[in-house]
Write a protein that binds this ligand. Structure first.
Ligand code: PLP
Length: 432
């Protein structure tokens, strides 16, 4: 399965493609990078990020809309800087993310704070810097947030994350909009929660939000969620609580392996038509895309260490592992894996079928299964669609330093994160 035919192009991005025998990210030849920077190495295309963002911006042309990049998808400072400079706001889920995004130059007024478990310290930090909105996920959190705001002599701007109870038709671990998961306030409890929020002196209701899941490749769940949320807006406003902004969350999928999500502008043309039809077209709209802005803007380069043929399986052992690329182990996720140097005419049928695995001591440490590859030890492979939920989920398991990262801009390759050394991984520890 998946013999590579360079002429067919790669999924998702025009900015990552073969030119002759060489896999390029924009004007940079990937086979040139390991010599200077080593492997595993993440390489991102700035143009790919900006063109993914541009699809949303086209979709919202002429509208009052704020795009808040869900930074947990990839929170590296220089990546945040790209989006901050392009005018994005940010969706954060921890005090750490808030500190990080401010360090990257974000405007705090365009930052929103989501998540079911905000601590008092995080609330205080966010109030002090003046974030735009707290996306509150429970009634208990409303009480605590009001109390913290009052203790600072402030009012916290709040939106309630409601659970529209629609099936995003995605992996259960990344589906968040159904009853029975920990996120959001149930549709039928939403009005009561809004009345509760409106009574609290430390809160100012500014919006409503939802987020139904991730890697969504169909339009219907979004249309259904929008209907459900607008029903609530009507109900809440009828009770005398104005809703200034409506935030439809993130979740749009990318093409990992022949997936066919709608383009962001096509999706939004349909959603905005519904919004107009229901009379809410003039509202301030917010969205929180993560994966769809960065997922197909990055690859992870890895060196083939050993080929280990076997009776049942051939293994291709590479120097990247589940600590660098956690998605296969966590979600049985699929990433395309291709050589950075592909000799002409050698693409199809040649080589052998391998499981591509890392050095970590877990059977769950695999990157790709049953892949047709023509490889030898020392070759460099590129794991595609590695821009989202890879580096930001990376760990030091097995005392492996985290990978270095490169941001490509035209023919320039900027090192944006140094490789972590073994010493870095235990620098905060102490012997007794
Ligand atoms: C993770 C998350 C997002 C982004 O999801 P993507 O699938 O990466 O677009 C948006 N909003 C919230 C609340 C999230 O938790």
């Amino acid at each position: 399965m998946n013999a590579i035919d360079a002429s067919q192009g790669l999924p998702g991005q025009p900015h990552i493609a073969y030119q002759g025998e060489q896999l390029m990210v924009e004007g940079v030849r990937l086979s040139d990078l390991p010599r200077e920077h080593g492997t595993p190495l993440f390489v991102y295309s700035k143009a790919a990020m900006l063109s993914a963002l541009a699809a949303y911006q086209r979709g919202f042309a002429g509208r009052k809309a704020q795009i808040c990049y869900a930074m947990k998808a990839n929170s590296t400072l220089a990546v945040l800087q790209v989006f901050a400079e392009a005018g994005c706001g940010f969706d954060t889920v921890s005090g750490g993310e808030l500190a990080r995004v401010l360090a990257a130059g974000a405007d705090p007024a365009k930052v929103i704070f989501s998540g079911v478990g905000k601590t008092r310290a995080e609330m205080k930090q966010a109030l002090q810097v003046g974030i735009g909105c707290f996306n509150v996920e429970s009634e208990a959190e409303l009480d605590v947030l009001s109390e913290v705001a009052l203790s600072l002599g402030k009012q916290a701007p709040v939106s309630l994350r409601v659970n529209p109870n629609v099936d995003a038709k995605t992996h259960p671990y990344i589906s968040t909009g159904l009853k029975g998961n920990k996120f959001g306030i149930a549709h039928e409890d939403a009005l009561r929660a809004y009345q509760h929020a409106a009574r609290l002196p430390g809160l100012k209701v500014v919006g409503i939000d939802c987020h139904i899941g991730s890697q969504i490749t169909e339009t219907t769940p979004y249309l259904d969620a929008m209907d459900r949320v607008l029903d609530l807006v009507a109900e809440i406003e009828a009770a005398g609580i104005p809703i200034a902004h409506i935030d439809f969350g993130g979740g749009l999928g990318i093409n990992y392996n022949g997936d066919t999500p709608p383009d962001a502008d096509v999706l939004w043309a349909q959603l905005l038509a519904k919004l107009d039809a229901r009379g809410y077209g003039e509202r301030q709209i917010m969205i929180e895309p993560g994966r769809s802005l960065v997922g197909n803007a990055g690859v992870c380069l890895t060196e083939v260490l050993y080929l280990k043929p076997g009776e049942q399986k051939n293994f291709c052992i590479v120097d990247a592992a589940m600590n660098d690329l956690p998605r296969p182990a966590m979600y049985q996720a699929f990433h395309q894996i291709v050589p950075v140097y592909l000799p002409q005419g050698d693409g199809s049928g040649a080589g052998a079928v391998y499981d591509i695995v890392g050095p970590v001591c877990e059977s769950g440490d695999w990157i790709g299964r049953d892949r047709q590859l023509q490889v030898q030890a020392g070759d460099t492979l590129a794991v595609l669609s590695a821009g989202a939920y890879c580096m930001s989920m990376a760990s030091n398991y097995n005392t492996r330093g985290r990978a270095a990262e490169i941001l490509v801009d035209g023919s320039q390759a900027h090192l944006i994160r140094q490789r972590e050394s073994a010493f870095d991984t235990f620098a905060l520890e102490q012997l007794v």
